[in-house]
Design a protein around this ligand. Structure first.
Ligand SMILES: NC(=O)C1=CN([C@@H]2O[C@H](COP(=O)(O)OP(=O)(O)OC[C@H]3O[C@@H](n4cnc5c(N)ncnc54)[C@H](O)[C@@H]3O)[C@@H](O)[C@H]2O)[C@H](O)CC1
Ligand SMILES: [K+]
Length: 466
């Protein structure tokens, strides 16, 4: 895993580079490693394709000269178009070693393959005017587009587009993945993503989500030691049932649904606890064997739902807040501060905006900020899910299946996180395990699955973690 899965911002990447230089490396040596590694990958995946490499003024452009020369030496037909003269010593050296054809923007014509070495982590403003026009003419005219480090026009730390950016077939990250490699809209237009190791070993508070080991139940475990998950139901009963079924398949020892007396359990083993009013709910949730409460899926947003949420928040127990519970909480996340029991919130982007008020351009920073403001673990969902804790740690997940974009999958995730919490007793870890299992189960379920089929694949995902 590139840089052991640690994701670096542009500033952290610069520090990493300085650290390597202080330890005897040099920018040109790093550029050589980056450029030749990228050229090897391009050649392996698409040999003998006539290629145009576009080089900008900085070290991303420097990588381009190294890549072009390496491809030329492998026997490729390759040309360079430069937007400006190199402005760094390393890029100047790389250019001096280039032995092939050099074109101006006006002279260049599209080739089958376009290799983008215009801007990388040093982009500070939108690519504009004449350069942007030629970038689009030359990239749109190619059949295969490869971005070196980042597509030009992408903001490294947020994944936002500073200008219109082409769609790529391949993006080759250099040294470490940056936030933009996993955050949308950037991540969605990068095509396949691979990394070239240039020796960077720098830690960051932001990491890529990795598979975590899950312990099998021990010989002395019983249903309560593995954990009782309490699901509070509302008028949309199916949502609570999905959460409960998912919790049951994710390692909970016992799952109970707290609901009106007309509620029917989804199976023989999930127990329904009748609670016809808030008073009864409060009394029954006081059961000390309950390890975690899930509230939100199918809860509704009326005054009754609000009372149920208030009752749950009054009880000092771990809680997973999802869906309607988040909308009811709104910007009053300070209510969660100071609790002695852990809380997880699992908002999608709309719910996240209601909780945070919006305004941050980085999904990672916004999630970390909300976690700090609330004291909760935040699972900011999407095809680029970010999980953050109040200490500033963040984990970024890679979407594995676009089929997850269907109703009910969020209810399932909430139940899974709750079940993992009752086992691990650590909400940040539980959120990561739940997220990993959820997306792995989706891959295993194949195309066009229903929520029920997704639940059926959780056990297979768990098997991969044992
Ligand atoms: N960090 C490392 O360990 C290594 C990084 N490598 C590569 O270097 C780039 C980053 O290089 P840098 O010189 O810092 O930045 P860029 O090449 O991305 O561009 C900077 C250059 O461009 C000018 N500029 C910025 N925005 C614009 C704009 N919109 N229009 C015009 N000009 C712009 C800016 O003033 C600078 O002159 C990294 O991504 C890697 O590809 C090497 O591999 C070595 C190891
Ligand atoms: K680039």
């Amino acid at each position: 895993m590139l840089n052991n899965g640690h994701i670096l911002t542009a500033a952290e990447m610069q520090e990493a580079e300085q650290h390597l230089i202080a330890n005897g490396s040099s920018v040109i040596a790093l550029m050589d490693r980056a450029g030749s590694g990228a050229a090897d990958y391009i050649w392996r995946t698409a040999p003998h394709i006539p290629t145009l490499v576009i080089c900008g003024p900085g070290n991303n452009g420097g990588d381009g000269y190294v890549i072009a020369q390496a491809l030329l030496e492998k026997g490729a037909i390759v040309k360079i178009v430069a937007s400006a003269e190199p402005s760094t010593d390393a890029a100047k050296t790389a250019k001096s070693l280039w032995q092939g054809v050099m074109l101006s923007l006006e002279e260049a014509e599209p080739e089958m393959q376009f290799v983008d070495c215009l801007f990388g982590t040093g982009l500070t403003r939108p690519v504009s005017g004449n350069l942007l026009k030629h970038y689009h003419r030359l990239s749109n005219g190619a059949q295969r587009r490869v971005a070196i480090d980042l597509p030009s026009g992408i903001e490294t730390d947020t994944g936002s587009r500073l200008n219109e950016v082409s769609n790529y077939d391949l993006t080759i990250a250099l040294g470490a993945y940056k936030p933009a490699h996993y955050l949308n809209p950037a991540a969605a237009l990068m095509g396949d993503r691979v990394g070239v190791d240039i020796g960077v070993r720098s830690v960051s508070q932001t990491k890529l989500l990795a598979r975590r080991t899950i312990a099998e139940p021990g010989k002395t475990d019983h249903k309560y030691s593995r954990g009782l998950v309490a699901i509070v139901a509302g008028p949309m009963k199916g949502a609570a049932k999905l959460s409960a079924l998912a919790a049951q398949r994710s390692g909970a020892g016992y799952v109970k649904i707290f609901a009106g007396s007309d509620f029917e359990s989804p199976n023989h083993s999930i127990v329904t606890v009748p609670c016809d009013d808030v008073k009864q709910l409060r009394a029954k949730l006081a059961d000390e064997r309950i390890g975690v409460i899930v509230i939100g899926p199918g809860l509704g947003r009326d005054s009754n739902a609000k009372q149920l949420l208030d009752a749950v928040l009054e009880i000092e127990k771990p809680v997973v807040l999802d869906a309607d519970a988040l909308m009811l909480l709104g910007d009053e996340v300070h209510r969660l501060q100071g609790r002695s029991s852990p809380v997880a919130m699992t908002p999608h982007s709309g719910e996240f905006a209601a909780l945070s008020g919006g305004g941050e351009s980085s999904k990672i920073y916004a999630s970390v900020k909300l976690a700090a403001q609330s004291g909760a673990v935040v699972v900011h969902k999407g095809s680029d899910t970010v999980i953050a804790n109040p200490m500033g740690d963040a984990v970024v997940a890679q979407q594995t299946s676009n089929w997850l974009s269907t109703a009910g999958t969020g209810d399932i995730l909430a139940g899974m996180i709750a079940a993992r919490f009752t086992n691990e007793k650590d909400m940040f870890l539980a959120a990561q395990q739940g997220q990993w299992l959820h997306s792995r189960a989706a891959s295993l379920a194949g195309p066009s699955f229903s929520p029920e089929i997704l639940i059926d694949h959780i056990a297979k995902a768990i098997q991969e973690c044992l």
